[in-house]
Design a protein around this ligand. Sequence first.
Ligand code: BES
Ligand code: MN
Ligand code: ZN
Length: 485
Amino acid sequence: MNVEFAPSRPDTATTVVLPVAKGVLAERIAGEAAAEGLRAAASLARFEGEAGSIAEYVETRGGVARRILLLGTGSANESDAVKAGSALTAKLLTSGETALVLDAGGVATPVLMRMLEGVVLRGWRYDRYRTRLPATQKPTLDRIVVASAGDDASAAWTKASAVIDGVSFARELVTEPANIIYPESFVERCQRLAAMGVELQVLDEAAMAAAGMGALLGVGQGSERPSRLLVMKWDGTGGAAKTPVVFVGKGVTFDTGGISLKPPAGMEDMKWDMGGAAAVAGAMMALAGRKANAYVVGVCGLVENMPDGKAQRPGDVVTSMSGQTIEVINTDAEGRLVLCDAITWVQKNYSPKVLVDLATLTGAMIVSLGHEHGGIFANDDALATQLVAAGGAVGDPLWRMPLGEAYNKLIDSPIADMKNVGPREGGSITAAQFLQRFIDEGVAWAHLDIAGMVWASKPGPGWDKGATGYGVRLLDRYIADNHEG
Ligand code: BES
Ligand code: MN
Ligand code: ZN
């Protein structure tokens, strides 16, 4: 979707959109040539400016139909703006219309940015494998002309669209099936970040073995696809920041469960078990794209969890890079095994003061919070507050979950330092406790269990069914609000 800015409404446009907040309809259309028709259309559709509601007025002039849409922006706050933009795209994306003019007169720039975000992201789709898509189902809308916006809108859009690119990139990685995206090809797709100024480092299995990453490598050993650790470094401070903020993502490109094999129904969903890694990669793209004034390192632990003659067995004991040993009770609790070594590696190599990991870690998280919030576990109240605030602001909501010694002791093992699963009860919490055992003294750490948020079974504000890109905007906003000048 192309977004352009114009000083005023071009009068050749066949679709013009007038954003209207709740309660201002009369004033908003008073100056319009078509005021009377618009008033009638609004009343016919019971339009009152509710966020995402639309009333349509069509007039013909010289045999050409021209459509004016009243677009409800509710309270004209940011979240209503996303809803409104999203509703607009849902209506027009495959309508046959190719371009629309959005009259942004009087709309505050931050609200306009969120509206455009809704427009663009609701229009994101991945039709690469749909070779027989009927013409009527193909997207037609590809151009938005924004008229009468504030002077600062075009510059603001340059930054906002960088973040949208990051969200789209994460969605692409999540949507691709596991025969296309596996550890090596995930790394390959991230090479485009290098041209944006992100420094990439890739550890292959030999390098990870040399580092002692027995937990991560144990998960990948049943797969034909070799594991990788991808490290992405963005320093927009020109060396002024001494230590980076670190993001770590779970990148299980397919999770069969391993020898503790998952049941067949719904197993295809496990292609998106790399949603944490995709969020980290997307966030790095966003930060580099808008040239964030911050030092951030993103790490993705990339493995495929398969059952095989070489696969690890329940009961195996592995030694993690930290030196701690782990009894692998259930090979399907693999995400924590991948994350713990990625976390140790990045702490050893970058000494961060802040570390945030993101993972589709537990089905229990979905049992707790459904698809409305990701769960956040943290050893630092300030960090938790900042992340919850960032998520709330951008529409990636988080809900804080507890940690504690009583949970921690549930993963003690009779044979090793710990086991990789606790009892069924509190399954998301014991998974977080497991990770906490790898966090160094003095590191502010948060773990985001996003199992319920990566994939949507129905459209929502800013997404269609499918990959949501959850986490990219959250991480970007967290950096913008807490780590940039
Ligand atoms: N990737 C899954 C968690 C998951 C399940 C994410 C459903 C999204 C949707 C994870 O690796 C897993 O299998 N977890 C197990 C842990 C259990 C064996 C302790 C689970 O949640 O069942
Ligand atoms: Mn699993
Ligand atoms: Zn998994």
